[in-house]
Design a protein around this ligand. Structure first.
Ligand SMILES: [Zn+2]
Length: 164
């Protein structure tokens, strides 16, 4: 007698505590957490300024030095997020985009929040400024960008603050 295989499945949860290192980019996250500073790197040979920071220049492979960048920038491209993970579900809809900070030559992918979000508020070329969580863990989710015109409103909320 041949029977068709029937897979029996049980749904369960695995909880794992672990830690990981940011390696050579640790300084970025430490400065973000402790001092609300946004650090990029500048190539010691060609002078290109990287954000997110690169320990070695991705163009010429030479070492790069840490440099502090301004916390204002320009949106290069963006979209509105409607589907996300459980960590961000309460924030939808929110923007996400590549932002080129003033002084950097590359763009950082980061969240863009806006009150009464509509696409025109976060379109290419719009100016944004970083807002920081008051409680920071040294993660990319410690900060996000908002339209410059909304900055004062955002930093007046109890859970957020302005940068340096
Ligand atoms: Zn270089």
């Amino acid at each position: 007698m041949s029977e068709e295989f029937q897979d029996h499945q049980i749904r369960d949860v695995i909880k794992i505590n672990y830690k990981y290192t940011m390696g050579g980019q640790s300084k970025f996250f430490i400065e973000l957490k402790n001092n609300k500073r946004l650090l990029g790197t500048k190539c010691t040979k060609c002078g290109k300024t990287w954000m997110p920071p690169r320990i070695n220049c991705s163009d010429c492979y030479e070492p790069a030095d840490w440099v502090e960048l301004k916390q204002t920038g320009t949106i290069e491209v963006s979209t509105i997020v409607w589907y996300t993970t459980s960590a961000f579900i309460k924030a939808i809809p929110y923007g996400i985009g590549y932002i080129r900070l003033d002084g950097a030559e590359t763009a950082l992918l980061q969240g863009i929040f806006s009150e009464n979000l509509v696409p025109s508020k976060i379109k290419k070329g719009k100016r944004v400024r970083a807002v920081f969580n008051k409680l920071r863990d040294g993660k990319m989710t410690d900060f996000f960008f908002v339209p410059e015109v909304e900055y004062d409103n955002w930093i007046s909320k109890p859970e957020y603050e302005g940068g340096v």
